[in-house]
Design a protein around this ligand. Structure first.
Ligand code: 1GP
Length: 247
């Protein structure tokens, strides 16, 4: 399986419009089903597949899921890791993330240090990402020991990302948590985008056209959906992706 230059791909695709990313959690289905989801979402127009989750148990799970998806799509498959133990050499690239508002250095730099020699040895492309979890935060907020940013505290969100920008992160991800009942507020996205030109991922709880559209229009470059990939019908999902691409 040939590797894709994911950084180049994302930048090229963003010239055409906003992007949708499909998040597949290896813990939620067998690899064979993950492969089928990869195929289905490719047909629906998603731009790439992210693989990750907060409750993984083995690297084997990640390897098997990544391989199954790669066999079913020509789109990039990118790791969205919760720790150093869950990296698969079969993916095209790795989001090299720091959970900026964690109380635990493990999630800010120590897991990344733990993974670094392995990443070096397999020569995998990494895309650095400052990851910020806001309320309600859900499982990732708890597991990542995040001091959740309050939904109305735009200033704190902006301060974290401005500081991270000075460190040279390539991308940012503002996350409400998988399954969140409230998505990242538009005002927060607008204020971030006014000061920070880096590629901005937004996700957590997005499962309808209206929310996807307003999130993209507020300034998110890449909208990530996870739960919605199983819960809603194909026609609706296709329209969500289209609305994002046209925002
Ligand atoms: C989780 O933001 C993503 O990292 C996706 O969230 O599962 O709610 O779509 P959902």
């Amino acid at each position: 399986m040939d590797k894709i230059d994911v950084w180049k791909y994302i930048n090229e695709e963003l010239k055409k419009g906003k992007l949708h990313a499909t998040l597949i959690d290896p813990d939620k289905q067998e690899p064979k089903i993950a492969g089928k989801l990869g195929k289905k979402f490719t047909k629906m127009g998603t731009s790439f597949v992210m693989v990750g989750g907060s409750t993984l148990e083995s690297q084997q799970q990640v390897d098997d899921t990544v391989i199954a998806i790669k066999e079913n799509t020509d789109l990039p498959v990118i790791l969205f890791p919760s720790g150093a133990r869950f990296l698969s050499p079969y993916a095209d690239a790795l989001l090299f993330m720091s959970l900026l508002n964690s109380r635990n250095p493990k999630y800010i730099i120590r897991e990344q240090a733990e993974a670094s020699l392995y990443i070096e040895s397999i020569g995998m492309q990494t895309i650095s990402m400052g990851y910020l979890v806001i309320e309600p935060g859900m499982t990732v907020g708890k597991k990542g020991e995040a001091d959740l940013i309050k939904r109305n505290d735009t200033k704190t969100a902006v301060k974290f990302l401005l500081a991270a920008k000075r460190f040279g992160f390539q991308t940012f991800y503002v996350e409400a948590g998988s399954g969140a009942n409230e998505t990242v507020p538009e005002k927060m996205i607008e204020s971030i985008k006014a000061l920070i030109e880096n590629i901005l991922f937004v996700g957590g709880g997005i499962k309808d056209i209206k929310t996807a559209e307003k999130t993209a229009k507020a300034g998110a470059d890449i909208i990530v959906t996870g739960n919605a990939i199983e819960g809603i019908n194909d026609a609706k999902m296709k329209n969500i992706i289209k609305a994002i691409n046209n925002s």
